[in-house]
Design a protein around this ligand. Sequence first.
Ligand SMILES: [Zn+2]
Length: 351
Amino acid sequence: MRFKTVELPYHVYIGEGEISKLGKVLESLEVSYFLLLTDSVVKNLVVVNLRNELAEWDYDMVIVETAKMEEARKIMLQSGFSDYDAVIGIGGGKVLDVSKVVSTEMNATLISIPTTASHDGIASPVASFKENGKPISISTNPPSAVIADLSIIRNCPIRLLRSGYGDLISNISSVRDWQLARDLVGENYNEVAASIAVMPAQLMVSKADELDLTLPPHLLMLMRGLIMSGVAIALVGSSRPASGAEHKFSHAIDYLGYGNGTHGEQVAIGTIIMEFLHERHYGKGNWELIKNSLEKVNAPTTAKEIGLTKEQVLEALMLAKKLRKKRFTILEAINPTKEEFELILSKTGIA
Ligand SMILES: [Zn+2]
C-alpha cells in the first residue's frame, strides 16, 4: 500500500486573545531563534502589544514592504541566511505570502498569525505575488501553526472580511468544477479535501439570512472556513479544492489590470457566473443563493461596484477560457460563447 506524506498545520488556534498562545506554540515546536516578519502598520498596532509574549525569545524583526519574490530574497540576504528555526508572519496577505517563501527557502518552520480574513492564503501552501503587474503563484510549505486572534482580526477593514467571505464561498463552484473534471475527464478527486473546502462555505451560505461578519461566532466561522480551505489545498498539494473557473476569471481580471476589486470580490462575482453555467448545463448549482448571500453581507455583486464595465467583464471571461487549460472546469466543459456570457451577465444583474 502506498501512502503520501502531507504536511498540515499542527497547531491551529482561532478565538479571542489566542495570540497569548504564541509562547506555548514556540516551545512546542522547539523554536529558539526566529525571524519575525510584519509590516509597519501591524508593527505599531499589534506587535508592540506582544512585548510580554516576545520578551524571553531571541529573534530579529524585519518589515515587509511589498509582496514580491525580490522582497523575499532581500530579506534572506539581509538576515545573512541566519539559522532561524522559525519564521513568524504577523500581518495580512502580503506579509504572510513573503513569510511562506522565506520560511520555505530557509527551511524554517512557519507560524502564520493573520491580522485579516481576506482570503484563504492564511494556511495554504501557496504564495501569490504580482511580478511585472502579472499574478504568479509559488508553491511553499504550509504553516506549522496558525494563530488567528479574533480580537485582532475584528479590527481589519470590513471590506476585507467580505472579501474573505467571497473567497470562501467560491469553493462551492471550484469543488463543482472538480467533480465535473472527475466525471468527464476522470481526474483524481479527493472526497475529504473537497468536503473540507466546501462544507464551511455551504454552512455560511445556508445561514446567509442572519450573517453579520463582525459578530464573534460568524467571524469565527469565516476564519475557520478560510483555514480549512488552506488545509484542503495542503492535503492534495494543489489549489484544486479552492480554485476553479471563478478563480480563472479573477486571474484574467488581474492580467488585464482592470477595475479595483479585491481577490475575494472578483472570485465571488465569478462564482455567481460559474454557478449559473453549472445550473444551466448540468442542473447543479444555485447562482441566486450565492448572489443573495453576498448581498446579505454587503459584498459587491455587480461589475460596476468593483470598477468594471460590461465589456471588461466579457473580455476577462473570454480570456479566462484560455488560462490554465489543464485545470478542467465548466469553461473547458462547455466552452461558452461571448453571447452566452452576455446573457448571464444580464440575467444575474452583474452587468
Ligand atoms: Zn482565492
